[in-house]
Design a binder for this molecule. Structure first.
Ligand SMILES: Nc1ncnc2c1ncn2[C@@H]1O[C@H](COP(=O)(O)OP(=O)(O)OP(=O)(O)O)[C@@H](O)[C@H]1O
Ligand SMILES: [Mg+2]
Length: 104
């Protein structure tokens, strides 16, 4: 399940943000995996909506990206089943940081 979760996040970074840089931090209380892309990021009001099943940001519908809008909903579920969470943050340069936090 965790493999599926990470694959969904990495696929998004490459599809919508051109590339994926992965930073793994092994903290005393948690494992934190950050996926940093080079795309446009997301408008603030979309940051929670994109976790809804079948929700795709306007624009990705018309692009040839072919997704169903389930990837993030599944990834969030997997993270929560492991007692963790996923955070989305726009970085100063506009690109998205997707952070998977798992308790140790
Ligand atoms: N790294 C990202 N940068 C910008 N937008 C993103 C990023 N990741 C996801 N999104 C937006 O969030 C929407 C929902 O993502 P999600 O992974 O749930 O579905 P999908 O990629 O459209 O389809 P699926 O993953 O089911 O093939 C995407 O359609 C896209 O608009
Ligand atoms: Mg996806």
């Amino acid at each position: 399940m965790l493999k599926r979760c990470l694959a969904n996040l990495l696929e998004n970074a490459i599809k919508y943000g051109t590339s994926a840089k992965v930073v793994v931090e092994d903290h005393a209380d948690r494992l934190q995996i950050s996926i940093l892309d080079q795309g446009p990021g997301l408008p603030v009001y979309q940051l929670s909506r994109v976790f809804e099943p079948f929700y795709r940001v306007e624009g990705s519908r018309n692009r040839d990206t072919g997704g169903t809008g389930l990837g993030l909903a599944i990834a969030k579920n997997v993270a929560e089943l492991h007692g963790g969470r996923i955070e989305l943050r726009n970085r100063p340069e506009g690109a998205l940081a997707v952070i998977l936090v798992l308790p140790c």
